[in-house]
Design a protein around this ligand. Sequence first.
Ligand SMILES: Cc1cc2nc3c(=O)[nH]c(=O)nc-3n(C[C@H](O)[C@H](O)[C@H](O)COP(=O)(O)OP(=O)(O)OC[C@H]3O[C@@H](n4cnc5c(N)ncnc54)[C@H](O)[C@@H]3O)c2cc1C
Length: 468
Amino acid sequence: MKPNVAAAKAELSHLDMDESPATIRNKSRDFFWYSPVLKAEMDHLEADFVVNPKSEDEIIEVLKACYKHDVPVTMRGGGTGNYGQAMPLAGGCVMHVTGMNKIKEIGLGYVVAEPGIIIKELDTELKEKSGQELRMVPSTYSQASLGGFIAGGSGGVGSANWGALRDLGNINRLRVVTMEEEPRVLDFTGEELHRVSHAYGTNGIITEIEMPLAPAYDWVDLFVRFDTFRAATEFAGALAAEPGILIKLASVYAAPIAHKYFQRVKAHVSESDHLCGVMVAPHSMDGFKTLLDRFDEGEVIYRSDDVKWDRHPGPVFEYGWNHTTLRALKFEKDLTYLQVRYGDDIEKIMEAYETFSNDLYMHLEVMREGAGLSFAGLPIVKPLDKAGLDKLVAAHEKMGCLIFNPHRYTLEEGGRQAADQRQLDFKREADPKGLLNPGKMITWDEPDFDYSDMYSYAGILPKPEAAE
Ligand SMILES: Cc1cc2nc3c(=O)[nH]c(=O)nc-3n(C[C@H](O)[C@H](O)[C@H](O)COP(=O)(O)OP(=O)(O)OC[C@H]3O[C@@H](n4cnc5c(N)ncnc54)[C@H](O)[C@@H]3O)c2cc1C
């Protein structure tokens, strides 16, 4: 089946379309360039056209026309995905949904909104109108869309208390449109949510979202300095584990990250200082200080409710999650990163810290997981080529760490390294022609792929030389 792009475009010409080549190129790109490997492989990718639907009806029109003419469709929200999720591997249509940005209902403990709303705008309105806020947001809060977060993200600021997006109760309901001759509109709750959450828009288009809310607070941002990485890590873990202290963020930056890459923090730390960045609810500050006093080391060098620094550092969460790497990249363009899950084993983290000290600077985020905690690692990795990165990944896996490989564009390689049967089953039903974000789900293209040899997958992209 050969796509007939011209016919699809002609049928959709009454909708808001971007015609300028520069805009089409821009809207075909996300934060894939974070990875030197993806940068080399994906830089040339471009959609044939971009359409900006303003309603579910317009989305259905786009899907019907593209289905009829066999044109691939890749969704785009804020375009901040760092795995190349929103990049059209097979060209075709990019559907940009930030024009679908209405808040439909705010209730006690929940909000119903359209997928294109920018998370910061949603949160600001929630606070103003109801004194509530989203439980968790990505650190790209001011650029990312709600739909893109659900389809491409995993957790973030708030996960220290609420866990990951995939955890039960962190998404209430998703309304999804299928890619068929006559698209169906389905409402998913419960186990069905896993069909389309974190599926990169490969098996359905999210058109309405109901999210749970938490009370909003004027969070106190703090930086706490430590002499040792172990003490900083133990403190962040203990803080997140303390049931009576409400926090939203507990990040750990091993030396010399803060001194080297955090411009506005640099004057207040030395090269050997390890730092925690935390967000604490105002009513929990007494508990926070009491816990810190129980540690032999740990000095608060910054708090947002009593700023003594000449230059305001901005929100502490914009130092955490993937923003740590972003800040480092501003200083050293060749740096890169990994996404690791260590579980709750601090000794394993210390082993990784020692073992990989020549290759990377440790950066941790504490997340709640089930009844306990898990440490996510987003270390800053010194310049390495693809083979070097693969070696580093293999060494982590040998140590028992789970890698969410950010140098790969498929769902499986960037995820839990296994086929997700629920996502595949739904794709078979909802996208029979395989037109939604093609090439991102290995199990669709190669149902018999052997995941024990994970990184042998060749992908659907030609090598960059061949793409010239
Ligand atoms: C500096 C930086 C920091 C980050 N921090 C975090 C973080 O803290 N936590 C985190 O989880 N991620 C983080 N990310 C990754 C990314 O920002 C988040 O996943 C973000 O929420 C994506 O939102 P977006 O609107 O930009 O999505 P996009 O990049 O536009 O899209 C993401 C994916 O969702 C699909 N999609 C978009 N809209 C829809 C829809 N309506 N229906 C179906 N599919 C859709 C796209 O096709 C794509 O596959 C970070 C990235 C960067 C570069």
